[in-house]
Design a protein around this ligand. Structure first.
Ligand code: CA
Length: 225
């Protein structure tokens, strides 16, 4: 998942970035409203962490832009403001939740996970796919209790992202942007994602055929559930 951190406190922004990278999120950071507006206009994020008090704009105005250009992004407001009004306005404008500063990184992560589960209607963190069991908290794939350890972090991220968007075809550029954090040229993209999917199938098929992982010709990939 890719995350845009909008936070003008450089040290906090850096801390968030380091923590979230460690939690397998792909991060980009904006320290002001102008930079955030530019990024929101051209990129699609899964998550936006939004500080309301920015030097050059009101975070609530930025939230309106997010709802226009990144309507699918989950939005968590980070705010030092004590006014209940701003929080309520933020939620009214479509933010998914807010976290008052100061907060612990673990609380942030657990809020982000809760928002993700809610957003994608994921009732359980244990997912059964054919003969495989995917544990979304542990980030593991098992077959009859045996961990499929050959699966790399990025391969797991691909599977988990397709599970969140289950029954929906995701294109190669979409997978690239959300899992690698950048859209590069089409030829490179398709090849890159295809190689990863091929490796996933090869590694899983040692145990059982992952028939749920479908290639949608000319479009991309989807997980049927
Ligand atoms: Ca601030």
């Amino acid at each position: 998942m890719n995350v845009l951190i909008v936070e003008d406190e450089v040290s906090l922004a850096r801390e968030l970035e380091i923590f979230l990278n460690g939690a397998n999120y792909i991060c980009e950071t904006s320290h002001n409203g102008k930079s955030a507006s530019e990024k929101i206009a051209v990129n699609l994020y899964d998550f936006i962490l939004l500080d309301l008090g920015l030097p050059d704009c009101d975070g609530l105005d930025l939230l309106k832009k997010i709802k226009t250009h990144n309507a699918e992004a989950a939005c968590l407001i980070l705010t030092a403001r004590t006014e209940v009004n701003d929080r309520i306005k933020g939620l009214d404008l479509g933010a998914d939740d807010y976290l008052p500063k100061p907060f612990s990184m673990l609380e942030l992560q657990s809020r982000m996970q809760a928002i993700t589960r809610r957003k994608f209607g994921l009732k359980h963190t244990i997912i059964n796919l054919g003969e495989f069991v995917i544990d979304m908290n542990e980030r593991s794939i098992t077959h009859n209790g045996n961990t499929v350890s050959a699966i790399t972090k990025k391969e797991y991220d691909l599977i988990a992202y397709l599970i969140l968007h289950k029954n929906r075809t995701l294109t190669r550029p979409q997978l690239s942007e959300h899992i690698w954090g950048s859209v590069v040229n089409d030829d490179y993209d398709s090849n890159y994602i295809d190689v990863h999917i091929k490796n996933i199938r090869k590694k899983l098929s040692v145990y059982a055929q992952p028939e749920w992982l479908e290639t949608v010709r000319g479009l991309g990939y989807k997980i049927k559930m």
